[in-house]
Unconditional design. Structure first.
Length: 155
């Protein structure tokens, strides 16, 4: 029997406290519910160092709790080596990561917008940081749609 290949996904946003930890938690729940979590490495990170070491935004945590999705994360920056081993899905930071990936020999990362998988065609997942609880709910709903579609495509 062929050995199952582990796939990797790294969700990235500016500070790693709003969108990317929500996407990470949503995707982790999807693969857990489908009993395929052993075949995935799932993580999230920031392009900036603004929020390093901080937990996810309290509004995002409340949203995840409301939907029964566990979230355990501490903000961190995109590791340089991730560009060698990860499939990266970006919110609106493709340019930054593409620039970094050009500095990595044999970069295998596929860098694209998570929103490109949205069946409702909402390409950009807006930053809810300066918004309210409803904005976090919108991000959650977008992440659910996009993560489901992505998982169906790569499964």
């Amino acid at each position: 029997m062929a050995e199952q290949v582990t796939k990797s996904v790294l969700f990235v946003c500016l500070g790693n406290i709003c969108r990317s930890p929500i996407a990470e938690a949503v995707f982790r729940k999807l693969v857990t519910d489908q009993s395929i979590s052993d075949h995935w490495r799932i993580d999230s990170a920031a392009t900036s160092a603004y929020e390093l070491g901080n937990p996810p935004d309290y509004r995002g945590q409340a949203c995840m709790k409301k939907h029964g999705i566990p979230m355990s994360h501490v903000a961190r920056q995109v590791p340089y080596l991730a560009l060698k081993v990860r499939l990266c899905f970006m919110f609106q930071f493709c340019r930054d990561l593409n620039r970094k990936s050009n500095q990595v020999k044999n970069c295998r990362a596929k860098i694209e917008l998570l929103g490109s998988y949205d069946p409702q065609k909402q390409l950009i997942i807006e930053d809810p940081y300066y918004g309210n609880e409803a904005d976090f709910e919108t991000v959650y709903q977008q992440c659910v749609r996009c993560c489901r579609a992505f998982l169906e495509k790569v499964r």
